[in-house]
Write a protein that binds this ligand. Sequence first.
Ligand code: SF4
Ligand code: SF4
Length: 302
Amino acid sequence: MYRIRFHGRGGEGMKTASRILGSSFFFEGFQVQDAPKYGAERRGAPVSAYVRADHKQIYERGEIHKPDLIVIADETLLHVTRNTVLEGIHENTVIFIISAMSNSELEEIINSGKSIIKIDPAALPENYHRFLSPITASASACFTGKIQSSNLIRGVKDELKTVKDDLIIENVAIAEKIFNEMKSYSGIVTETGEITVLRDPQLITLPLHNSSIATPVIRTVSTSVKNQTGSWRTARPVVLYEKCSGCMMCNVYCPDSAITKNKDGFPVIDYNHCKGCLICCEVCPSGAIRKENEKIRRSETV
Ligand code: SF4
Ligand code: SF4
């Protein structure tokens, strides 16, 4: 059975990627499961998705704990959820990542001694963030060596059948391009036989947080301070003080109260809690807040 696990952030298309790959396997005659897992269902929050494919009936259920292929669409996840992203690496696991880091930097962070296949964003179209689903799905399909490009394309079209034709054409084009470029890795991901099918029921798998922040109800004041939503960001707002008038519209609209005023009357962003929604960039009347893509940050808490 193939066990493939996708990691990205909400809005990056990992659920769609798993569905495309699942459909492509299905069109090849495989039995398939694909399913996403959301935590906090908000843009930017870590998301994973799972694909199992086998020629036999699949009895495994739930998350994939020992993947044959790990797909990482967003390198910043290595900083905030590395243990989750790299969970269950076994002797044949292949890791595929879209990253601008050098191979040595990646090896230092991943530190698994496993095959790492990387695509540098510089080698992708400038707007590649819009196409992470076909990019990751087609690379994964190619790595198995079991999916023909015709069935991959059928999978892409099937998943996107409700969107406009020109968008389907763009997605198909990039899926074909990546599939062809990855051909030297065809077959690098291999099937693993039976793993543990039955596990002890683990009714609580999350770390046990204090109930004041772990429960979905507000029981006391200021619990949002403890929940560092800054780890959700894929892009951060940066104030350009030379343009800023100090009107504090950004403060008014920030949904997380992550903008306060400094002693000189200008805004300061709390990056531990700014989740990266970028509403402040939109509402600033002076164009004084710039969006910067997040990079892996080793020296900061978040
Ligand atoms: S909305 Fe813009 S101009 Fe106003 S305080 Fe915020 S950053 Fe400065
Ligand atoms: S991006 Fe701006 S509006 Fe959104 S949470 Fe961060 S500071 Fe607040």
